[in-house]
Design a binder for this molecule. Structure first.
Ligand SMILES: Nc1ncnc2c1ncn2[C@@H]1O[C@H](COP(=O)(O)OP(=O)(O)O)[C@@H](O)[C@H]1O
Ligand SMILES: [Mg+2]
Length: 320
């Protein structure tokens, strides 16, 4: 099957500043593609070009086979978008907005009433449905935006930081609902600067930094691809001898050893499942007294750091 979205050298300049820099990226039909990057990476600008809100400076994107430059109307028919900063200028209530949207989507009256209630309840906003949107918290406005997309069930949903300003319980609910939307046949692009959100929700993650695509693959492959990506911390009862450190260094899977706290070694290595039993065997044979071993999987943050030399948090400060 051809990709449902294809970006070809997609580029946006604001004056001399390149916000999105020759992006080549494909979205497969039926997947959730996470667009992960720190503030200022160019995620929203990319999304606004795909949603035909702004025009590319160079390059283009094909959505369902239609060129965003040449057939914006056709593109819009396929899309439902939850914007990062929803504009709700007119005086209205969440129920008005969601109900109006359901009408525009052509839902028949009975079904419309039922689904509007169902989705607003599931998003914990039913009790707020008659408040003025101006009086709503940022999180509640985000929910209105998400509700519209969930009601619409578009062919392609684009959600830009859907759960920022929403509490952890609400986040989990929205993640479940987005996954369900995908299971029912909607392709989803999820822009986020939250590692965990990208990791739990995405089938594939495209990592962006300073307008450029760094890498795109499944979360698992991204984590497995970084050399020395597994982390094992061994705490000894007394300082490990240089001989012991040297013996650990002999394992070819061990990429780097760092002494952290006193009597603690932090090992960056590959194939953690295979190597840790061997390391344990060696330590026992050498009579080392180990008080604890802690293993951790690499996160998407380690992947980001691998490509940029910065943690996502550091890059966030730079761009935000
Ligand atoms: N309308 C605009 N005019 C000038 N610069 C902009 C405009 N929109 C975005 N930018 C800049 O482009 C960069 C990328 O922004 P954005 O796409 O919003 O990033 P992200 O969504 O990844 O945080 C930022 O440096 C931002 O300041
Ligand atoms: Mg953004």
């Amino acid at each position: 099957m051809p990709p449902i979205i294809r970006m070809e050298n997609l580029t946006k300049k604001f004056g001399n500043f390149i916000a999105v820099d020759h992006l080549n990226l494909e979205v497969e039909e039926g997947e959730i593609l996470g667009l992960l990057g720190p503030n200022g990476a160019g995620k929203t600008t990319t999304i606004l070009m795909i949603a035909t809100v702004i025009r590319p400076t160079e390059g283009t994107a094909y959505v369902g086979g239609y060129d965003v430059r040449k057939n914006p109307d056709k593109v819009r028919e396929l899309l439902g978008v939850a914007f990062q900063e929803p504009k709700m200028l007119w005086v209205s209530t969440p129920w008005d907005i969601v109900n109006w949207h359901a009408k525009v989507c052509g839902l028949p009256t009975e079904e419309r009433k039922r689904r509007v209630k169902e989705i607003m309840e599931a998003l914990d906003m039913w009790n707020f449905r008659h408040r003025s949107v101006h009086a709503l918290s940022g999180g509640m406005r985000k929910r209105v935006e998400i509700a519209k997309v969930l009601i619409q069930r578009p062919k392609i949903a684009i959600v830009d930081e859907p759960t920022s300003q929403i509490d952890i319980v609400g986040k989990h609910k929205i993640w479940r609902m987005l996954r369900e939307l995908c299971n029912q046949g909607t392709t989803i692009i999820l822009a986020t600067n939250e590692l965990y959100e990208a990791d739990v929700l995405s089938d594939r993650v495209a990592i962006m930094h300073r307008g450029k695509l760094l890498v795109c693959d499944t979360p698992k492959k991204l984590k497995d691809s970084i050399v020395g990506g597994d982390v094992v911390e061994i705490q000894f009862e007394t300082d490990p001898s240089p001989k012991m450190v040297e013996a650990l260094n002999q394992f070819k899977e061990v990429v780097k050893i760092m002494k952290t706290k006193s009597s603690t070694l932090r090992l960056y290595l590959n194939k953690v499942e295979e190597i840790v039993p061997k390391i344990m065997g060696m330590l026992m044979k050498e009579g080392a007294s180990v008080s604890s071993i802690h293993m951790s999987e690499p996160s998407l943050d380690d992947v980001f750091a691998h490509y940029t030399g910065l943690t996502l948090e550091e890059a966030q400060k730079e761009g935000g």
